[in-house]
Ligand binder design. Structure first.
Ligand code: ACO
Length: 317
């Protein structure tokens, strides 16, 4: 597998820490110090599927392909306005594609799970060009009265086009069922027969536990994929990490002993945009002219589940 195009799209409404100070018992100083986040872009009038189409078209253009060349679409998403049809079906129609599509939910690690699935499809010759769209609106899962969670998230889309190639050097995925540290339940319709207790509350997160799992698992995953790919940390151009919190990014970087310039970040501008974070950051690097053919990149992400994913990729463009 190789990545041949990237794209991203973000909503227009910027919510700064100062804006949050107006209705939450919080301060810019607290948020900046604990998370590194200065502002987050959240959906106001936009529809997630329209942003997804913008990001997907950018990725197709970057790949020099048209929608007719795509024969599978994988959409990574945690929540959107529709339970059914799948978000990938809605995006397919708006793009004018005719290929099969599938939604996956591996939370914030979704992009790496999607890359793994795409690699399998390419190896089985079941597809030639695959579009991956990570479209997320976590701002709709949190209570905006809860200062512990709502300050962390933003919305956005990251997309990539992948095709046959030899540029995926190592891949590692993990799932460990840890359903109480981070979860969001959906409210279902009542029926005349339901007699169990059902509670609905906005996103629940045990922040410190998530922090610990994120750092420990990401360091372990990164070391394992580097060893599997026979690549030294010093030969990696960029470690493209999930953008949840600058302190998590810095902790992983310190444990791995990697200098700051090789661990790019944009969480300060977007907040945590779930699985869209990694492809959106990759798109920034690609469009900013920061990547050259042959560069070794490490991707690593973690999310609710608990899911983790990491891989080593050689940049192909
Ligand atoms: N402003 C001011 N005070 C706050 C805020 C806020 N926004 N949020 C929490 N506090 C308070 C708490 O109420 C608590 O007060 P108390 O001591 O009086 O009870 C105090 O600050 C300390 O709270 P902690 O939760 O212990 O603070 P911590 O240093 O752990 O930072 C944070 C919290 C930022 C959430 C951190 O734990 C973290 O980043 N965890 C990982 C979160 C994450 O990455 N989530 C997503 C991962 S998966 C995915 O991407 C979906």
């Amino acid at each position: 597998m190789k990545i041949i195009g990237t794209g991203s799209a973000h909503p227009k409404c910027s919510v700064t820490n100062e804006m949050l100070e107006k209705f939450l018992e919080t301060t810019d100083e607290w948020i900046t110090e604990r998370t590194g986040i200065k502002e987050r872009l959240v959906i106001s009038s936009e529809k997630l599927e329209d942003m997804a189409v913008i990001a997907a078209n950018k990725a197709l253009e970057d790949a020099n392909l048209t929608v007719a060349d795509i024969d599978y679409i994988i959409c990574s998403n945690v929540v959107n306005e529709y339970v059914t049809p799948a978000l990938s079906c809605i995006i397919q129609g708006k793009l004018g594609a005719t290929c099969p599509t599938l939604d996956i939910n591996a939370a914030c690690a979704g992009f790496i799970f999607a890359l793994d699935m795409a690699d399998d499809k390419l190896k089985c010759k079941k597809a030639r060009n695959i579009l991956i769209v990570c479209a997320e609106e976590p701002s709709r899962m949190v209570s905006w009265q809860n200062r512990s969670t709502c300050v962390l998230f933003g919305d956005g889309v990251g997309a990539a086009v992948v095709t046959d190639g030899d540029e995926l050097k190592a891949m590692r995925l993990t799932t460990s069922s840890l359903t109480d540290v981070l979860y969001y339940q959906r409210k279902l319709e009542p029926t005349p027969y339901i007699d169990k207790e059902e509670n609905f509350e906005p996103l629940v997160m045990k922040g410190r536990e998530v922090f610990k799992h994120a750092v420990t698992n990401s360091c372990r995953d990164i070391r394992k994929v580097l060893a599997e790919a026979n690549v030294k940390a010093e030969d990696v151009k960029y470690f493209v990490l999930h953008q949840a919190n600058k302190r998590i990014i810095d902790s992983i970087r310190n444990f791995l002993g990697v200098d700051e310039e090789r661990v790019p970040h944009n969480v300060e501008r977007y907040g945590n945009i779930s699985s869209a974070a990694l492809p959106a950051l990759l798109d920034e690097l690609n469009r900013g002219g920061k990547l050259q053919k042959g560069d070794k990149l490490v991707f690593s992400a973690f999310g609710a589940g608990f899911t983790t994913g990491a891989c080593v990729i050689e940049w192909a463009k």
